[in-house]
Design a protein around this ligand. Structure first.
Ligand code: IMP
Length: 196
């Protein structure tokens, strides 16, 4: 079975293929928009993760008529009423390091108990007659400073316990607890039944 992952980011393809393989799925080929020579920007105009995931999946399915995954992720901080949320990648408007600085600044005098947060991944899977959604989360709290050099985005300030940020984990370790992992194992369950 061939599935289109409606993204231009080929790193995501590797991460998701690894999750598929680790969970015994070997008969699915994943292609990205880039693999199909499509470089068009998809306007993420949705107001929720679900809407943005649908926009991506719908774009891919309409254009290529393949079962398509649209995925949207971000960071939600309780104290900030869920911000940065769908605006995670463009929170400061000045790039990733400035996004982190903005969050640290907004939580400057906030005590640890109030720094709870989660990453969320919402998947929309569209094929002929079905549009399904799967949500995965990863819980932690926002640290007081950057820690670790791995990962990307907000990983250096996303603490999974008092000693470790996500950026201190190896790729393999992170990929077993991440919001994307927790969403994709739900899709995998569906696909296993579907291909029986
Ligand atoms: P995307 O929808 O996966 O492109 O994620 C949007 C934004 O959310 C990214 O640019 C990051 O700022 C943030 N984000 C999503 N997933 C992660 C993660 O695993 N670690 C750190 N930041 C993330």
């Amino acid at each position: 079975m061939k599935i289109l992952l409606a993204t231009h980011n080929n790193n995501k393809k590797k991460e998701i293929l690894d999750i598929f393989k680790d969970n015994g799925v070997r008969d699915i080929e994943i292609v990205t928009l880039e693999d199909l020579g499509d470089y068009e920007d998809i306007d993420e105009t949705g107001l929720t993760f679900k809407e943005n995931a649908f926009i991506k999946a719908h774009y891919g399915f309409n254009k290529f008529h393949l079962p398509t995954i649209g995925e949207d992720s971000g960071l939600e901080i309780d104290y900030l009423d869920g911000r940065p949320g769908i605006y995670s990648s463009r929170y400061s408007g000045l790039g990733n390091e400035a996004n982190i600085d903005k969050v640290l600044n907004e939580l400057k005098n906030v005590k640890k108990e109030d720094r709870k947060c989660n990453f969320i991944c919402t998947i929309c899977f569209i094929e002929d007659k079905v549009t399904n959604y799967y949500i995965g989360k990863c819980y932690g709290y926002i640290g007081y400073e950057r820690k670790g050099n791995n990962g990307f985005g907000y990983d250096p300030i996303f603490m999974i316990d008092d000693n470790s940020s996500l950026a201190m984990l190896s790729e393999d370790e992170k990929n077993k607890i991440s919001h994307r992992y927790n969403a994709f194992i739900k899709l995998i369950d569906y696909l296993k039944d579907y291909s029986k």
